[in-house]
Design a protein around this ligand. Sequence first.
Ligand code: IMP
Ligand code: MG
Length: 180
Amino acid sequence: MYGKEIARVLVSKEEIDARVKELGRQIVEDLHGESVTMVCTLRGACVFFADLIRAMDCDMEIDFIAVSSYGGGTTTSGEVKMIKDLSSPIEGKNVVIVEDIIDSGVTLSYLKRMLEAREPKSIKVCTLLDKPSRRKVDFKGDYVGFEIENEYVVGCGLDYDQHMRNLPDVCVLAPEVYTK
Ligand code: IMP
Ligand code: MG
């Protein structure tokens, strides 16, 4: 189904769907009947986010934030920039930050610290993917879909230079694409 820029499918849409349902149930259970603000980190988390919130049977608000730690290509710049802030205050609210992937951990540790300063009632992080071997700063997600090896992946929201976010599966990018 995919062209030669894709080396292989790493996590299929079916596996993602099943895991998203489990994550949604777990988050709702941990909220003990309280409402939550689900925060989508743009742009990578949008596909996962849309599935996750529909797997959660509870009262919620949704909001969007955009930060960036990546230039082009597949390596981090180490710098985090705020591109779009939340639309509503989160003081006193339960917040779950939803991310596509934790790689170096730089983006999320910055984002979590920044939102913590606004004094939410609670703040947790849910990520579709986690590459623990790549950490530059100590960071742990509260809800992790899949732990993966150190390979560059695209699809289900994840991009290579802003392309391929629409692939239904999480796929390993063929190394020829970025070593050229
Ligand atoms: P961190 O700050 O290094 O943890 O970077 C997290 C961000 O890097 C994610 O939100 C992604 O946008 C991007 N990223 C890290 N690894 C990958 C990957 O394998 N594919 C696509 N994007 C990635
Ligand atoms: Mg991202």
